[in-house]
Design a protein around this ligand. Structure first.
Ligand code: 5AD
Ligand code: SF4
Length: 440
C-alpha cells in the first residue's frame, strides 16, 4: 500500500479540505503515515491569501529536496489555493513539484497520483474550478482531529470580491452544501463522541439551499437540535449579511456558542469603500450593538488589515478608534499584502511603505493586547461551563478547554477528563488565557 503524508497550511477550511482529501485517497486504497520520511507522496495543502503564506510553502517545498534525493520514488504535490492561483507555473518555478491540484479538483487526486507514479518525470495539473462541487457525499477522515471538536464545511467559494482578496479567484463561486448531509455529518460526529462542531464557509450568512427557502439561521437551528450536548460554532460572518434572524436563533439555542467572528478589515469608511466591503463603520457598530442586545454574553472577534492602498494616518486612527469602541476579545491582524489578479492589483497602488505598514500593525497589536487583557481581567471570579479538550501545553498536571465564548481556560486537572463538560471558575488571567479551577 502506498503511503501519503498531508501537510496543511492556512485557514480552517483548508484543514477541513485535507480531511476530504484523506477520505478520497483512503477510498482509492492509499494509506497514511505520520512521519514524512515514510511517505510515497507528500501533499501540501496551501494558502495564497498573503505573500508570506506562499513564501513559507515555497521554502518548505525546497527543503524537501533533500528527502527526495534519499527517496527517489517520493512525489510531491501542491494542493489548495496556491495551486489554483499559480497552476502549472508552480511546477516550473519549483522543479521538485510533480503535480498541482486546485480546491475543486480533489476527486481527481487518485488519478493524479497514479499518473505521476507511472510516468517518470511526469507532471500533472488539475485546477478546474466548479460551480457545484461541495464534496457533500464525502465523509471526511479526521486525520489531525482531537476526537472532540470538528469542522464541517457547509459552503465553498466566495463572490464578494473584496478588493484585496484572492479567495474568489482561488476558490471560485459560492455554492452551498445539501443541509441533510450537513446535519447527518453533525449527528454522526456526536455519536462518535464529538462534542463541538464548527460550520465553515467564507461567508456563512449567505448559505442558501433551494433558492431562497432554507438559509443559514435555519441550518444552525437544525444542527443545534442534533443534541443539546453538541456545541455549535460557525465561521466566518460577513458584517454586511449578519442578520437579526441569525442572532434570534443563537439566543434560542444555548448550545450555539456565544462567539461571533466578524471581520471588520478597517475602521475607516473611505477604506471600507475602497476595499469593496459594502458596509460602513456605522452599519458595523449597529451589528455589534445587535449582537450585545440578543446575546449579552457573546464574545466578538475580528480580522483587520493595516496599510491598505492609500490608507492615511487618519484612516489608521479610525481603525484604532473602532477597536477601542468594540473591544474585541481576539483579533487576527495583518499587514496588507498585494495579490496578483485582485481589483487592488489592477487598479490601486500598494503605496504604503512596508515600515509604515509594520508600525500601524504594531500599534493595532499593542492596543488589542491591552483590550484583551482588560477583557480577561473582568472574567476573574466568573464561572463557565468548559468543554475539556486535553492536556495543557505547559503542564501535565493541567488541562485546558474552552468556554462558549471560545476563550481558553487552563485549570488543575483533578478528576476532569477530555471530552466532558465541567464547571470552571476563573481565578486569574493573561491577555491570551484564563486560569481557572474546577468547581466540584
Ligand atoms: N492582505 C492582507 N490580509 C488579507 N486578508 C485577506 N486578503 C488579504 C491581503 N491581501 C485577511 C483579511 C481576511 C483574512 C482571512 O485575511 O483580514 O478576513
Ligand atoms: Fe476574501 Fe472578502 Fe470573500 Fe472574505 S468575503 S474570502 S475577504 S473576498
Amino acid at each position: 500500500m502506498e503511503k501519503v503524508y498531508i501537510e496543511t497550511y492556512g485557514c480552517q477550511m483548508n484543514f477541513a479540505d485535507s480531511d476530504v482529501i484523506a477520505s478520497i485517497l483512503k477510498g482509492a486504497g492509499y494509506g497514511f503515515c505520520e512521519a514524512m520520511e515514510e511517505a510515497d507522496f507528500i501533499l501540501i495543502n496551501t494558502c495564497a491569501i498573503r505573500d508570506n503564506a506562499e513564501q513559507r510553502v515555497r521554502h518548505r517545498v525546497r527543503e524537501l529536496r533533500a528527502l527526495q534525493n534519499k527517496h527517489p520514488q517520493l512525489r510531491i504535490g501542491v494542493l489548495g489555493c496556491m495551486a489554483e492561483r499559480l497552476q502549472s507555473r508552480l511546477m516550473t518555478e519549483e522543479e521538485n513539484v510533480s503535480f498541482v491540484c486546485g480546491p475543486d479538483a480533489y476527486r481527481r487526486l487518485p488519478d493524479l497520483l497514479s499518473q505521476v507514479r507511472s510516468e517518470v518525470g511526469g507532471r500533472r495539473s488539475e485546477v478546474e474550478l466548479s460551480t457545484t462541487e461541495t464534496y457533500a457525499d464525502i465523509e471526511p477522515v479526521r486525520l489531525s482531529g482531537n476526537g472532540i471538536s470538528a469542522y464541517i464545511s457547509i459552503m465553498r467559494g466566495c463572490q464578494n470580491y473584496c478588493a484585496y482578496c484572492v479567495v474568489p479567484y482561488t476558490r471560485g463561486r459560492e455554492r452551498s452544501r445539501d443541509p441533510e448531509t450537513i446535519v447527518r455529518e453533525a449527528r454522526t460526529l456526536f455519536e462518535q463522541g464529538y462534542r463541538e462542531v464548527t460550520l465553515l464557509g467564507q461567508n456563512v450568512n449567505s448559505y442558501r439551499w433551494n433558492e431562497e427557502s432554507f438559509t443559514f439561521p435555519e441550518l444552525m437551528a437544525k444542527v443545534a437540535e442534533v443534541d443539546p450536548q453538541l456545541r455549535v460554532r460557525f465561521a466566518t460572518s460577513h458584517p454586511k449579511d449578519l442578520s437579526d434572524s441569525l442572532l434570534e436563533v443563537m439566543a434560542k439555542y444555548p448550545n450555539i456558542c456565544r462567539c461571533i467572528h466578524l471581520p471588520v478589515q478597517s475602521g475607516s469608511n473611505r477604506m471600507l469603500k475602497l476595499m469593496n466591503r459594502k458596509y460602513t463603520v456605522e452599519w458595523y457598530l449597529d451589528r455589534v450593538e445587535a449582537i450585545h442586545r440578543y446575546l449579552p454574553d457573546c464574545s466578538i472577534t475580528t480580522d483587520v488589515i493595516a496599510g491598505f492602498s492609500t490608507e492615511t494616518e487618519e484612516d489608521h486612527q479610525a481603525t484604532l478608534e473602532l477597536f477601542r469602541k468594540v473591544r474585541y476579545d481576539y483579533a487576527y491582524m495583518f499587514m496588507y499584502s498585494l495579490r496578483e489578479g485582485t481589483y487592488a492589483w489592477k487598479h490601486l497602488d500598494d503605496d504604503i511603505p512596508e515600515e509604515e505598514k509594520k508600525r500601524r500593525l504594531n500599534e493595532i497589536i499593542a492596543l488589542q493586547g491591552e483590550i484583551a487583557l482588560e477583557n480577561n481581567q473582568k472574567e476573574v471570579g466568573r464561572e463557565y461551563e468548559v468543554l475539556v479538550e486535553g492536556e495543557s501545553h505547559r503542564s501535565k498536571q493541567q488541562l485546558f478547554g474552552r468556554n462558549s465564548q471560545n476563550k481558553v481556560i487552563v485549570f488543575d486537572r483533578g478528576d476532569a477528563v477530555a471530552g466532558s463538560y465541567r464547571r470552571v471558575k476563573v481565578i486569574s488571567c493573561t491577555a491570551a488565557t484564563l486560569i481557572g479551577e474546577l468547581v466540584q
